[in-house]
Write a protein that binds this ligand. Structure first.
Ligand code: HEC
Length: 129
């Protein structure tokens, strides 16, 4: 089951700042995405963008959708809501060293200014049958 697989990757959901590529395999591709991105490499696939619009309208942590994709694959997407600890790097008032490090590494960063409970993004998976 896709949902069960996703739950085995708590680091992805907790916002571990690492690209999730190493969690992917031939049959399952996983990623994180958001409406306001820090890393443009996390830009959503079209079906993920569409699902995010719906999920963001009423953010509920862990809310998920299973979507039949045109290529015969199955898409799984799950809401990540901003928690208090996320504000260190995604909040409105960042500590100067954090702000400096983010600016150096992600000059196009749009992923700040969040509050606890805001829709932060999703974790998604594309699964071959
Ligand atoms: C120590 C700083 C730090 C903390 C704390 C943090 N993040 Fe992030 N976050 C980052 C960095 C850096 C990236 C870009 C990493 C990458 O390349 O995917 C990122 C990227 C993301 C992304 C991928 C989309 C994008 O904007 O590129 C999501 C979703 C996300 N964070 C959610 C969270 C959530 C939810 C929490 C709290 C549970 C959290 N983060 C806590 C630093 C942090």
């Amino acid at each position: 089951m896709p949902a069960a697989r996703i739950r085995r990757w708590p680091r992805l959901r907790r916002g571990a700042p690492r690209p999730p590529a190493q969690a992917s395999s031939k049959d399952v591709v996983v990623g994180r995405s958001a409406l306001a991105l820090r890393n443009s490499a996390n830009a959503p696939r079209p079906w993920v963008a569409e699902a995010m619009k719906q999920l963001a309208a009423r953010p509920m942590d862990g809310e998920s959708r299973v979507i039949e994709l045109e290529n015969g694959k199955v898409g799984y997407v799950e809401t990540i809501v901003t928690q208090k600890m996320c504000l260190t790097c995604h909040g409105t008032q960042l500590a100067p060293p954090v702000a400096k490090a983010l600016k150096a590494r992600y000059p196009a960063d749009r992923a700040t200014g969040f509050k606890e409970g805001d829709f932060r993004g999703v974790v998604w998976a594309e699964i071959s049958r």
